[in-house]
Design a protein around this ligand. Structure first.
Ligand SMILES: *Cc1c(COP(=O)(O)O)cnc(C)c1O
Length: 318
């Protein structure tokens, strides 16, 4: 269980380990969305994504362990490596072969080991379980953990501090840790607030699981929103249920729509973001998301994209 109180306590615990990121108006998107749109610029977070919030909260609560480990599509691993370094803990990050080289480099540069295992997040996860079982490591998963969810939820508190009359928050959705935390924080203050989850059409495990009524495995496919790839775990304990209960609307985007979001945020707002972070803008441009009921907040969740890839998307060859 995670409560709104856990999120408030997390905000105090990690206050000195993270950056309070800015909220910026987005006039061009506001015109398209027919109402006020704001960007929560979490891509400016240390390590380049919001994952530092959950990883810091979970790692800071540990007692005596040999180190920390996790399986991750990249950003969580990088965040945990950073949090472990701040806390003087060894870190082994298990990743799948789909994870881009720039993300592996970022983990190694932080003094952690990046261990490449298997072709899917689920296979990498098995190695992390082994480290926990055989070597006394604490396994901090990327989303399905109460301390991680509470840490991500601190973003929701910051959003409502800045825009108390926000009507909707659009949240990039993969395993659901970000959505569960932010939605819990936001709805505990404002039960009427609308939570919109956004995933890619290619390989969205949470969308497939919600449609099936229980967690399902689906094939992991390459996508511009690579941080939204990966399964939700067949034994999912928290985020599946929380997402089902807290999400009001689910939007799916194709690859062109995600690319449009990346281009728009760069050209119109000057924000350099990765695919997963661009889905809110992509949804507005694709006319799948509007702001007619009051201020709409988009969470720009990360900036960790290969610069050459970003340049290619800007040129239009995706
Ligand atoms: C992990 C991640 C997400 C999705 O978060 P979940 O908690 O898995 O739903 C979105 N954007 C970025 C940049 C991420 O790293």
């Amino acid at each position: 269980m995670v409560t709104a109180d856990d999120i408030r306590v997390a905000a105090e615990r990690i206050g000195s380990m993270i950056t309070r990121t800015p909220m910026r108006p987005a006039p061009a998107l506001s015109a398209l969305a027919k109402g006020e749109v704001w960007l929560k610029c979490e891509h400016l977070q240390e390590t380049g994504s919001f994952k530092l919030r959950g990883a810091s909260n979970a790692a800071a609560r540990l007692g005596d362990v040999a180190g920390v480990t996790t399986a991750s599509t990249g950003n969580h691993g990088r965040a945990l490596a950073h949090a472990a370094k701040q806390l003087n803990l060894p870190a082994v990050i298990c990743v799948s072969r789909l994870v881009p080289q720039n993300k592996l480099d970022a983990i190694t540069e932080l003094g952690a080991e990046a261990r490449v295992v298997g072709a899917s997040q689920d296979e990498a996860f098995k190695e992390a379980i082994r480290l926990k079982r055989d070597e006394g490591f604490a396994l901090i998963p990327p989303f399905d953990h109460p301390d991680v969810i509470a840490g991500q939820g601190t973003l929701g508190l910051e959003i409502l501090d800045e825009i108390p009359d926000a009507a909707s928050i659009a949240i990039p959705l993969s395993g659901g840790g970000l959505l569960a935390g932010v939605a819990l924080a936001a709805k505990s203050r404002r039960p009427d607030l609308r939570i919109v989850g956004i995933s890619m059409e290619r390989g969205a495990a949470m969308a497939a699981s919600i449609a099936a009524g229980h967690p399902v495995e689906i094939e992991e496919l390459p996508t511009l929103a690579d941080s939204l790839g990966g399964g939700i775990g067949l034994q999912n304990r928290l985020t599946f249920q929380m997402t089902r209960e807290l999400m009001d609307e689910l939007v799916l985007l194709n690859e062109d729509e995600i690319a449009e979001g990346i281009r728009h945020l760069s050209r119109q707002s000057g924000e350099f973001v990765e695919g997963a972070a661009a889905v809110g803008a992509g949804a507005i441009i694709a006319r799948k998301l509007r702001a007619t009921d009051g201020p709409l907040i988009l969470i720009l969740s990360g900036r960790n994209i290969d610069p050459d890839r970003h340049a290619a998307i800007m040129r239009g060859d995706t």
